[in-house]
Design a protein around this ligand. Structure first.
Ligand code: SF4
Length: 293
């Protein structure tokens, strides 16, 4: 049985800290979007207890216990059911189930796939956010083409990517990601590229390399975001995102390449990935008190 041990609520969403049967903790969030080109209700789900990837900006990486284990399919289903129950009480319908919380979904595809199948009659859309685990691309391609993939490039070259995502033989190269994305598009899945803006990937050369990468696609969508500040990862950096995006805009055909520069919502409830879990682990390690519902 999963159980809720803490929650933070704001006008547009809720973030929950949940304990699994072996008392390890995960966090899950859901949001009601309206305006800024986005509408609907969105669950932001974890796929693992922590995450082994270790992206430098991520609060999960800086937690006392960065990674423990994969979540089971049953745990994912139980957590989503718990959130759906809250939504039903509040009278909101969930449109999107997004595996974009802590964990790398391609490292736990069996459980993620089981959860997607379980809710496919109830939830309209499924998102998977991945840094790209090259050995698991074939399995990912077998997943339903109802899944929209968000591929975290975070750089215009392998060297830039590794400023954020640690270099490891399992982590896909830019070339791997190009092939994977083309294969996804060919089988009818949607793909959006995530690009987190840092001082290391926002030069004019970066904009040119990114435009070159995207030239392989007949159409593509890119989402630029700033690094989200958290007290855990202390990785907030000031970057002139507007300047970079303006340079990028000059290099691409706007009919072919769609892009958006947006600050993620939810700072009031600690939206950054892994933030609530990392804070909980820090407080319990130092003897701090967590309110138990
Ligand atoms: S950003 Fe995602 S893949 Fe990277 S460490 Fe955090 S949870 Fe893992």
């Amino acid at each position: 049985m999963v159980r809720e041990i803490n929650r933070i609520e704001c006008e547009n969403g809720i973030k929950l800290l949940m304990a699994l049967h072996d008392d390890v903790v995960i966090e899950v969030a859901f949001f009601y979007y309206c305006g800024s080109g986005m509408n609907g209700t969105h669950i932001c789900m974890p796929s693992q207890v922590g995450c082994p990837v270790g992206c430098h900006f991520c609060a999960t990486t800086h937690a006392v216990l960065p990674y423990i284990r994969n979540m089971t399919g049953e745990e994912l289903i139980e957590i989503v059911s718990y959130v759906l129950n809250i939504c039903s009480i509040k009278g909101v319908h969930i449109d999107i189930l997004s595996f974009s919380g802590h964990g790398e979904p391609l490292l736990n595809l069996t459980s993620v796939s089981r959860c997607v199948q379980h809710f496919s009659d109830i939830i309209d859309r499924f998102y998977i956010t991945t840094v790209g685990i090259r050995n698991n691309f074939e399995d990912a391609l077998r997943l339903s083409n109802n899944v929209h993939y968000f591929i975290s490039l975070h750089g215009s070259s392998d060297a830039e990517r590794h400023q954020i995502i640690p270099d490891h033989p399992s982590i896909a190269t830019m070339n791997d990601l190009r092939q994977f994305s083309l294969s996804l598009l060919m089988r009818g899945s949607q793909v959006t590229f995530n690009y987190m803006l840092t001082p290391d990937n926002t030069s004019l050369q970066s904009a040119q390399r990114l435009a070159d990468f995207l030239s392989s696609f007949s159409s593509a969508s890119v989402r630029f975001t700033p690094v989200f500040p958290t007290s855990i990862s202390s990785s907030h950096v000031d970057v002139d995102g507007n300047k970079f995006v303006a340079q990028f805009k000059e290099l691409v055909d706007p009919k072919r390449i769609k892009f958006r520069y947006s600050v993620p919502m939810g700072s009031e409830i600690g939206i950054a990935c892994g933030q609530m879990r990392a804070t909980h682990l820090k407080q319990t390690e130092s003897g701090g008190h967590i309110k138990i519902f």
